[in-house]
Design a protein around this ligand. Structure first.
Ligand code: URA
Length: 167
C-alpha cells in the first residue's frame, strides 16, 4: 500500500462487493472509476476501502444504527455497557489501512466523520479540503470530502460536482 498515493474511503460493501469480496466493483464503482479516470488517477495508484467491511442488514446502515441506539438506551437503564456500533468495531482496522497515507477522499458523510471526526452536513463541507493536524499516532492528513457515488447515481445532476471534487 505504501507506494499508493491516495486512500479512498466508501461506506460499506454493496451487493456486488459482498459477492466479489472487493470494494466498489458494482454500479457505484463504475461511477467512481469514471471520476478517477477523469482526474488521472489509476485504480492501482489508489487504495480503495470502506468504513465498514460488512454489509449492514438490508443495506440499511441508518436503520441498523437506530436499532443499536435503542438497544443501548435499554442497556443503560440496566447499567450495562453499550454495545459498539459497526463504525466503532471497524475503526482500528480502518485506521490501520489509513496508516501511511496523507491524502484521502471520503465518499459521503459516514466516511467523512470516520476520518475527520467532523459531523457537519456533507453538503456543507464537500469540495473543501480538510487539513488534519498530526497527532501522537497519525501524521498530518489532507481529506477531500465529497458525496457518495451511489448518491450521484440517484441524482445525476450531481455528477459534475462529484467529478470536480475528485479532480
Ligand atoms: N458503496 C460503498 O460505499 N462501498 C463499496 O464498496 C460499494 C458501494
Amino acid at each position: 500500500l505504501a507506494g499508493k498515493g491516495v486512500c479512498i474511503i466508501g461506506e460499506a460493501p454493496g451487493e456486488q462487493e459482498e459477492k466479489v469480496g472487493r470494494p466498489f466493483v458494482g454500479p457505484s464503482g463504475s461511477e467512481l472509476d469514471m471520476a478517477l479516470r477523469m482526474a488521472g488517477i489509476k485504480r492501482r495508484e489508489a487504495h480503495i476501502t470502506n468504513v465498514l467491511l460488512c454489509r449492514p442488514p438490508g443495506n440499511k446502515l441508518k436503520d441498523f444504527l437506530r436499532r443499536i441506539s435503542k438497544v443501548n438506551k435499554e442497556r443503560a437503564k440496566d447499567d450495562k455497557p453499550p454495545i459498539p456500533t459497526p463504525m466503532e468495531c471497524c475503526a482500528p482496522r480502518l485506521e490501520e489501512e489509513m496508516a501511511g497515507f496523507r491524502h484521502f477522499i471520503t465518499l459521503g458523510k459516514t466516511e467523512m466523520t470516520a476520518v475527520t471526526g467532523q459531523t457537519a452536513s456533507i453538503m456543507a463541507v464537500r469540495g473543501g479540503m480538510a487539513e488534519l493536524e498530526a497527532t501522537e499516532r497519525t501524521p498530518p492528513r489532507k481529506v477531500m470530502p465529497t458525496v457518495h457515488p451511489a448518491f450521484v447515481l440517484r441524482m445525476p445532476r450531481w455528477k459534475h460536482v462529484f467529478r470536480n471534487d475528485i479532480f
